[in-house]
Write a protein that binds this ligand. Sequence first.
Ligand code: SF4
Length: 270
Amino acid sequence: MSGAGEKSRILALLRQELLDLRQEGLDYLGPRPLRPPREQAQPERRATGGKPASAVRAAGSGGWRPRVPPLEMPPLEGDAQVKGQRLEEIRHDLGDCRRCELCERRQTIVFGEGNPDAPVVFVGEGPGADEDRSGRPFVGRAGELLSKMIASVGWRREDVYICNIVKCRPPGNRDPKLEEVAMCQPFLERQIEAIAPLAIVALGKPAISTLMGRPIPITKLRGQWQEWRGYPVMPTFHPAYLLRNYTREARQAVWDDLKAARARVEEAGR
Ligand code: SF4
């Protein structure tokens, strides 16, 4: 993971911790002196009819608190804004990309969509016909199934981020060629680093092979955590494969994999 990605992740965890503390009632964060300064204690003694202020407070609602302004919590949407801007920069850099031959027959570049501050990124293979027309990832039948898969573990589609290893449709839905993947991969990598998710779900062989840098049969690695630049990666079946092999075993396997991803994210407090 890059330094910037690691920093984003640490800041997100720290922010969540602060928000949890605030929900538990914390309204002050900072050094707490052992006793009030004299100039504050004396007027309070007068105001309590000569009794020590501490005695009055002891019978009241808690001890003395320093007059320090409460910590300003950073806005919750800060990370999402910064990450969203980074994603926009990457999309801008991609431009009207003609870096590989997939540009020749595409209708639309399908960059990716979702929550810029997503806890999990789903990486598929490439756009199909529906995605090529709409410019959105996973909107055809496989996309409907992916949405159901995501919902089955309690996420909403808008909570996560969804993208592909290539942004343009391979003709006839063929596998993308190695040289096409190589040209598009830097943009995928930048997307993941910008989001700095807590987990990645690789959908199918091309996605996990691209991230691991070697060809990997999905049946061998499915359900076993891998790592890409420090990010945990869960390989699972592509929804298009599930549509072709709609068996109880295959569906159970994918559900188990997504539950593992969900648990990993929850362990990290999201
Ligand atoms: S697949 Fe990627 S590298 Fe190839 S033309 Fe499309 S955006 Fe560019």
